[in-house]
Every structure is written in structure tokens, then in C-alpha cells.
Design a protein around this ligand. Structure first.
Ligand code: SAM
Length: 165
């Protein structure tokens, strides 16, 4: 990796299907995934070593803490948020990954022209996050995932015939 290597970030990568598929689509990019469940990070590390994949960086931690420490302003070429936890109960809403404060941090880390790709199978959460994202970023609607990589949850939705927003 050199100073000009494009860097992409997946927040809450889970089982890291998307992370590795995206790494194969853009081998010249470095794909960083942050996940706070140690088990998924450990599995991603093992796969990375087993298959000698050098353009993924799985990181164990809370994205709220890791992102501002790890990334400098205007350093990211893309951010992916796939199927974030809905945290249904009102008293748990504060745990939802995207809020005004974290969005400001993410936007500051994005290069001019960087893309933020978000998808969810929860219509209500999709609408809330979409409005939040639209307050800071220009919306480019898409019918289908145009990234060339699919997350574990995305594959599950497809196999069950569930809608993805
Ligand atoms: C519903 S799962 C979706 C996983 C994956 N993106 C997918 O689409 O299959 C949400 C993931 O985000 C992770 N997560 C939630 N909040 C996080 C945070 N603040 N920092 C890091 N990971 C987080 C969870 O541990 C979980 O693995």
C-alpha cells in the first residue's frame, strides 16, 4: 500500500462477505472493515492469511471510537454501511450506529466526491438514515447494489425473497 492507495471503509462488517468480495473487485484499493464482535474479526484475519489477501484490513473495535482515531480528514474514497442493527426499542435508539455526530465525523473523513453506500432490509430505519444522509450528502438512488460485493445479510435477504432498500 502506498500513499495514493484508495481507501474504502465498511462499518459493521459482520461476517465480512462484503469486505472480501469488494477487495476482489478493486484489488488496487485497501478495504478496511470495523466490527465490534471479535469472532467475526478473528475469522476475517484467518481467511486473509489463509488466502493471502493483502488489500483488506479487518479491525476489531467500536466504529464510533476507531474512525476518528484512524482516519485523517479527506482520506476515504468510499464508506459502506450494510444492514446496520435497527435497535428497535426506543430506549436503545441511542445505540444506532448513524447519528448526526458520527455522520459529521464520517463526512469529514470522506474525500471530495467520495461515495457513501447504505442499504438495509428495515424500511423504517432506511428512511431515517436516508434523511440523515441526505442532510449532508447528495443522494444518488439505485435500484440494485452497484458495488459488485454483497454482504452476508444481503445474501440472506435475497435467498428469502425479502426486499432490500
Ligand atoms: C445486522 S449486522 C450486519 C452485518 C453485515 N454488515 C451484513 O450486512 O451482513 C450489524 C453489524 O454491525 C456491527 N456493529 C454495530 N455497531 C457497531 C459499532 N459501533 N462498531 C463496530 N461494529 C458495529 C455488529 O456487531 C454487527 O456485526
Amino acid at each position: 500500500m502506498n500513499a495514493n492507495t484508495p481507501i474504502e471503509l465498511e462499518i459493521g462488517m459482520g461476517r465480512a462477505h462484503f469486505l472480501f468480495e469488494r477487495a476482489a473487485v478493486v484489488p488496487e484499493h485497501q478495504i478496511v472493515g470495523i466490527e465490534y464482535k471479535a469472532r467475526w474479526v478473528s475469522q476475517a484475519f484467518k481467511k486473509q492469511i489463509r488466502e493471502s489477501i493483502y488489500n483488506v484490513t479487518p479491525i476489531h473495535g467500536d466504529a464510533w471510537e476507531v474512525v476518528p482515531k484512524l482516519f485523517s480528514p479527506e482520506s476515504l474514497d468510499a464508506i459502506f454501511l450494510n444492514f446496520p442493527d435497527p435497535w428497535w426499542k426506543r430506549r436503545h435508539h441511542k445505540r444506532r450506529i448513524l447519528n448526526n455526530q458520527f455522520l459529521e465525523i464520517l463526512v469529514a473523513c470522506m474525500k471530495p466526491g467520495a461515495q457513501f453506500f447504505f442499504q438495509s432490509d428495515v424500511c423504517e430505519l432506511f428512511e431515517i438514515y436516508r434523511d440523515l444522509l441526505k442532510s449532508r450528502l447528495k443522494e444518488i438512488p439505485c435500484e440494485k447494489n452497484p458495488i459488485g460485493a454483497r454482504s452476508h445479510r444481503e445474501k440472506k435477504c435475497e435467498s428469502l425473497g425479502l426486499p432490500v432498500y
